[in-house]
Structures are given as C-alpha cells and as structure tokens.
Design a protein around this ligand. Structure first.
Ligand code: ACO
Length: 377
C-alpha cells in the first residue's frame, strides 16, 4: 500500500483590528502594565469588532493559507475548525465557514479548548494518511473576548481574539506530523470553565446575575498543570520520533504565559530563545494561538519549509497535545534537506526500536514458556 504524508502547504492568520493595551486595561480594572507583563509577558491583545465574528476571521485566515498553498475552494475536501467561541451554539461555525469560502465539502467544529487546533492537525493527518482526502483546511479561531468577564482582573488581562489556519495536503514525500501525543485529564474540568449556559445550568436570569456565562479560571491550578505537562509531553513525542531537542529548529508552544514556557525550556535544558513567543502582541488566543504563532514565525524567518518543529498546546478540559512536525511548504520540489533526512532517520530509528522491543518481548515469552515447561517436568 502506498504511504501518504500530510504536507503543510499553506499558512495564514488574521488578527482583528482593535488593539487593547495593558494601559487600556488599567482604566477598566485594578491592574497594572507592570503586573501583567511580569506575570504573563502580555503587552497587548486584539479584540474583534462586530464585523469580525469567528466565522469571518476564520475565513480570512483560511484564505491567506489557501493563497500560500495555491489552492482554490473547490480543491478542499474537508474543513476542520477548532474553537470554543463559535458565532452561535448552533449551527456549527464550520458550516458557515465552508459556505463563506465557497467550498463543497464536509466541515466540522472541534472543541478541545486551547489544544483544539493541535487535535485538528492530527485528525487531518489521519484522513490524509488513509488516502481518504487530499486537501484539508485546519483552522483555529477564537473570540474569547465575548466570554470574558471584563470586571474580573484575574482573567480579562489574559485573553485575545484571532485566527490561524493551515492547508494540509497529500504528499508521497516524508513530511508533516512525525509523532504526536493527545492528552486529556477531565478530573480538572472545573479549573477552566464557563459554568453557565450549558446543559447543566441552562441560560436564565439567575445564571446571568451570577455572571456564570463567563470564563472562570483557577489560574494557579492551570499554571501547575501546564508546567507539569508541557515539557514532559514534548520530551515524550521527541523520544517517540527518535529525536532530541537539539534536532528541533523551532519550538512553537501555546502562547498562554511566558513563565510556563520558561519552566518547560528549563526542564528540557533548551535555551528559551528556541521557543517562539508572540504572546506580548496577542495574549492567549486559545485555539488560534499555535497556528498564528506558526504563521508569524515563518513570516519573521524564524522557521522555513524543510525545518523540524515541535508544537505543544494545553488548555481547558484539561487537555494537552504535542507534535513533532516537518514543515513541508507549498513547493514539492524543495530538495531533501537535512531535516528531511533526519525525519527519515528518525522514522527508521523508531521502527527499529519497536522491532527490537517486539523481538525482546517474543524472546521473553519463549524463555518463560521453556521455564514453565521445565518446572512441570
Ligand atoms: N492585576 C493585578 N493583580 C492581579 C491580577 C491582575 N490582573 N490578577 C490577579 N492579581 C492578584 C491576585 O488577586 C493575587 O493577589 P493576592 O495575593 O492579594 O490574593 C496576586 O495577584 C497573585 O495572584 P496569583 O493568582 O497567585 O498570580 P499568579 O502569579 O499565579 O499569576 C496567572 C496568575 C497569570 C493567571 C497565572 O496563574 C497563569 O498564567 N495561570 C495559567 C493560566 C492559563 O494558562 N490559562 C489559559 C489556559 S488555556 C485555555 O484553554 C483557555
């Protein structure tokens, strides 16, 4: 059977026009630019206007990615939209986006908090590897500003709006997601939650009066969880891919707090400047954060087609996901680079390790069977 790979051929982002700075927030709640910068790394964030709902910013990011990939709407086989802040509870915003793009294909919305886009990328890879689809658009888009209690200083300073997208296409050259880990620990569901307006607490005057239609976060618990999983999950996917941190050209973490990334970098023994950060301009854009960061990192020349990237996300659920990704790019004729060779070597190492493991397992079983037989005799 032919082996297919999911090549990232296009990337794009959209940042809403309105900028809200820390100094603006100083006028709204009891906070300071100094507190926000030192505790989080954020200086400003974007807030979507009424003409920029989630569907619209998603379409703008997707169109930018389609332009880089050089594809038309009619080429798209599937659209995956990761978001926790759709235009409406129903319909799924993915169908609005499919219609606005003029695509004739399936589309679905995926909810996994800030980790959603990473889940979407892995799902897209599976559809392409099986040969089911050739071209998939994976979008991460959020308007968390609409779910924020703007009187709660513990959450309102952290989040921002935005959208990022990639085009993933079938390729016969090794590329795309080399190894991944998807994680969930629902025992911590209450640490990051919108308690009202769901099935447990349907919308009511009481729910609104108690401000339960807004995000509530136990920042310390989420912080502890994030510092625990980020570095460890990255190390596990690197090991699975047969790579070390030194083989990675750029780490692209979820942009939630620069201190969380500092802790992960320390744990891994990787200099912090090898982790791409743009949190100071956008804050935490949840499911949009990694595709936006990927797009900006490419635009700024921090990474390029042929590079090996390590991405990691975490968030509500609680969820997390990591992946080692070879960035393919639109040009299929890009010569086999060092990264491509590393990719092939890593795969070979991984398969060799698995084979050795299986042989060792079989040998152990055989020895145990012989011992058992000897014991009976
Ligand atoms: N301005 C000024 N003071 C503040 C602010 C603010 N905006 N917010 C909280 N404080 C105060 C607190 O009231 C507290 O005061 P007290 O000591 O008098 O009680 C003090 O600052 C310290 O509060 P902590 O919560 O201990 O501050 P901490 O250093 O933990 O930082 C933060 C808080 C930034 C929220 C941190 O915990 C964090 O980043 N957590 C992770 C959050 C995160 O990543 N969330 C996104 C997950 S992704 C997703 O799915 C959406």
């Amino acid at each position: 059977m032919k082996q297919y790979y999911a090549r990232i051929t296009g990337w794009g982002k959209y940042a809403p026009r309105r900028v809200l700075t820390n100094h603006d927030l100083e006028k709204m709640v009891d906070t300071s630019d100094e507190w926000i910068v030192t505790r989080t790394g954020i200086r400003e964030r974007r807030i979507a206007g009424p003409d920029e709902p989630t569907s619209v910013i998603s379409v703008r990011a997707a169109q930018a990615a389609m332009k880089v990939a050089g594809i038309k709407a009619s080429d798209i086989d599937l659209i995956i939209v990761a978001t926790s802040s759709p235009d409406y509870l129903l319909p799924p915003v993915s169908s609005q986006i499919q219609d606005m793009l003029g695509a004739k294909c399936g589309a679905f919305t995926l909810v996994a908090g800030c980790t959603g886009w990473m889940y979407g990328l892995v799902v897209a890879q599976q559809f392409i590897q099986t040969g089911a689809y050739k071209t998939i658009v994976v979008i991460g888009a959020e308007e968390i500003s609409k779910a924020i209690d703007w009187t709660d200083r513990t959450t309102c300073v952290l989040f921002g709006d935005g959208a990022g997208a990639v085009v993933v296409q079938r390729s016969e050259t090794p590329t795309g997601v080399l190894a991944f880990e998807l994680g969930s620990d629902g025992s911590g569901y209450q640490h990051l939650i919108v308690p009202g307006c769901g099935a447990v607490n349907p919308p009511s005057h009481e729910v609104i009066d108690r401000r339960e239609n807004y995000i509530r976060m136990n920042g310390r618990e989420v912080f502890k969880f994030a510092t625990r999983v980020l570095g460890r999950s990255l190390m596990r996917v690197l090991a699975e891919a047969g790579l070390s941190p030194n083989d990675i050209d750029l780490f692209i973490p979820h942009q939630a707090n620069h201190r969380i990334v500092e802790a992960a970098a320390r744990l891994m023994g990787v200099p912090e400047d090898r982790f791409y950060m743009n949190i100071e301009r956008y804050g935490n854009t949840s499911a949009a954060s990694i595709p936006m960061a990927l797009c900006e990192a490419i635009e700024e020349g921090r990474c390029k087609p042929g590079d090996l990237l390590a991405m990691v996300g975490f968030g509500a659920g609680l969820t997390w996901a990591s992946a080692v990704v070879h960035l393919g790019g639109p040009d299929e004729s890009v010569a086999v680079s060092l990264a491509d060779e590393l990719f092939i070597l890593a795969r070979a190492k991984y398969l060799a390790r698995r084979t050795v493991g299986m042989v060792q397992g079989l040998a152990t079983d055989a020895i145990m069977a012989v011992n058992e037989r000897l014991r009976i005799l």
